[in-house]
Design a protein around this ligand. Structure first.
Ligand SMILES: [Zn+2]
Ligand SMILES: [Zn+2]
Length: 347
């Protein structure tokens, strides 16, 4: 099969993925499922993988290179292990990105991302930038009949990451409260729609890119700001003292240290994008009583909920389609923000 493999890390990102012919994955365990990839989302995490951000966490000394990236996968079941009962070849499915075990206590609490024995294909082991992809039965959600893999693939990770954060935010947001979303890319535009579907709050979208601002307006954000140096001041003015929740989908490039300044006393900042470093005077935390915390992907049931919102037309993924063979162009376009929404690779 064809696959795009990473051979080397480079903080400057001057490396290209190699498109190669490799053996397709084969079933080795009774709960495994081979999926014919219909589409795979391109994620900022993929850029961070290439930069080597994950090197020491997942891949000591590069021992696992080369591997196939791609962790936002949807497609059709191709082959199933002997113990698989809930899906059969031909079923259209979206793949939760974490192959969780189902046995450990965290799995039993429903927190798939906290699984003690989980695997994350596409990050340190083969993922979905290929014709075929292997995962386990527990990771699969059958698609609603009116939905195609191409329309939803990035929801496997970008989508639930945004949805989980929006769901946590919605619990803190009464009608009349403000939520700021910084970065209206692949995640931000899903969080915006999710908030509109599950919360009565007012939304303020912030992004420097005109295409992203337009997307936020088209999706019905109450306010759209261009993210200039006075963004925090503008938000103080609009909200009369700060937003109850600020969601940072960027998490680097200095944005992370603008976001906490936008939070109202007693409010919450969710860190979803990453790569930078937050520095907050402790006295500010005390006087303002703000909370700052991360949000990691999402669990299986959150992906089920998001698929229902999608099937009902309430949360849609905006995407640009690329052929798998053009993956290096897709990565370059992504780095330079030449498309709004999400880039999606199609084998
Ligand atoms: Zn991702
Ligand atoms: Zn587990």
């Amino acid at each position: 099969m064809r696959a795009a493999r990473l051979y080397d890390y480079d903080p400057e990102m001057n490396v290209e993925l190699k498109i190669e012919d490799v053996p397709p994955p084969t079933i080795n365990k009774p709960d495994e499922v081979v999926v014919k990839v219909g589409a795979a989302g391109l994620c900022r995490t993929d850029l961070h993988i290439i930069e080597g951000v994950w090197k020491d966490i997942m891949d000591v000394e590069g021992a696992l290179l080369p591997y196939i990236m791609g962790h936002e996968n949807a497609g059709w079941v191709e082959d199933v292990g002997s113990g698989v009962t809930s899906v059969k070849p031909g079923d259209a499915v979206i793949c939760h990105p974490h192959r969780s075990c189902g046995i450990c206590l965290n799995c039993r609490y429903g927190e798939d991302m906290h699984c003690e024995a989980g695997l994350f294909p596409g990050l340190g082991l083969d993922g979905g930038f290929a014709d075929y992809f292997i995962t386990n039965e527990r990771a699969l959600i059958k698609l609603n009949p009116n939905v195609t893999p191409l329309e939803v693939a990035p929801m496997a990770d970008a989508g639930i990451t945004a949805y989980r954060a929006a769901k946590r935010a919605a619990k803190l947001l009464r009608p009349g409260a403000y939520c700021v979303l910084v970065g209206i890319g692949g995640l931000g535009h899903i969080a915006l729609q999710s908030l509109q579907a599950i919360s009565g709050c007012r939304t303020i979208a912030v992004d420097r890119e005109p295409a992203a601002q337009k997307l936020a307006k088209d999706l019905g954000a109450d306010y759209v700001l261009d993210g200039g140096p006075d963004a925090a001041e503008q938000i103080m003015e609009i909200t009369g003292g700060g937003a109850q929740v600020v969601m940072d989908f960027v998490g680097e490039l200095g944005v992370e240290n603008e976001c906490w300044k936008m939070v109202r006393q007693g409010g919450q900042m969710f860190v979803i994008g990453y790569g930078g470093k937050i520095e907050v005077p402790t006295v500010h935390l005390v006087i303002q009583e703000i909370n700052i915390g991360g949000s990691l992907v999402g669990n299986f049931t959150e992906l089920v909920e998001l698929m229902e919102l999608n099937a009902d037309g309430k949360v849609k993924m905006h995407y640009s389609e690329y052929k798998l063979g053009d993956i290096n162009k897709a990565i370059d376009d992504f780095k330079n923000r030449r498309f709004a929404g999400r880039g999606v690779l199609v084998p």
